[in-house]
Design a protein around this ligand. Sequence first.
Ligand code: FEH
Ligand code: ZN
Ligand code: ZN
Length: 355
Amino acid sequence: MRALRLLEWGRRPELTEVERPVPKGTEVLVRVEAAGLCRSDLHVADSAPGDLPYRTPFTLGHEVAGRITELGPDAAPGGAAVAGERVVLYGPWGCAECERCAAGRDNYCDRRNTLDWHGVGLGRDGGMAEYVLVPSTRYLVPIGGLPASQAAPLSDAGLTSYHAVAGLSRSLREGGGSVLVIGVGGLGHLAVQVLSATTPCRVLAVDVREAALALAQRSGADFATLIRPDTADELRARAGHARALDAVLDFAGTEETVELATRVLRPGGELALVGSGGGQLTVRKPGFLPPGFRLSLPFWGSRAELAEVVALARSGAIRVETEEFPLSAAAEAFGRLRAGRGRGRAVLVPDDAAS
Ligand code: FEH
Ligand code: ZN
Ligand code: ZN
């Protein structure tokens, strides 16, 4: 079968021919119908030897949906899963033994630092291929009739955004308040939709691209504006009586956006730093952060949260903006992502399915 593989550090990913895996024990073979591209794929592809604990070669793709084609002899006792079922992969594969992994929270595996992988396509063979081998049905969530190019991005962009929202305080999520989404790209536009669909919050959004502001409004934002030198004042003016925001979800995470977040937060405000833009924050007392300031660094999400995201999508409450590429055009898709010219989440589909 064909697979987009990182053959060695420092080389661009290459489409190569590899043996189609045969599931053993609890393993399940999934025919890939869609595999999303993520900025982390660029980070992995650009890494030097020793940057990451992964061992090359391996196939990329940690945002995957498809159809079960074969199950190992111990994979689905009592027919818990069957060939033909359409699924999305829960991507963060941990040690599978600690209490976090046992609870389906592999994203916070206690033994993460001892592993030479972080999940499917992240040190283990991923889904930018015709087939992907999954260690257990516990990493599969049924998607029913949801199109694969909608389902795949839910497993990373959707799940990460949903987990970041779920990490905000209950009083905010249930009582309402004002939330700023910084960066309305593959993750940010889904965070706007999740906030709009699941909370009474007022949602504001900022980005550096005009097209992203339109996407924010289509996604349900109450207000969207470009990032400019006076953006903090403009956001405060739009924040209601408090003239400051209850929470910020920063999907860019740059020096500039982290600074903007700290300038618009209320006392008791919350910052969820999701983007890996390298921005830094000085936490000091006495200092300049609002009293009661809370910071979180949410990472990916739990298996239960993935099932909740899939249910939201199947209900029509959230919809991913996607741009499809055939697997054979993966290099073009990577190039557009790298150049920031993507229109929504890029998704690789099998060549025979590409429109
Ligand atoms: C995965 C592995 C390592 C860093 C970041 C990521 C994210 O893309 C997962 O959402
Ligand atoms: Zn990712
Ligand atoms: Zn674990």
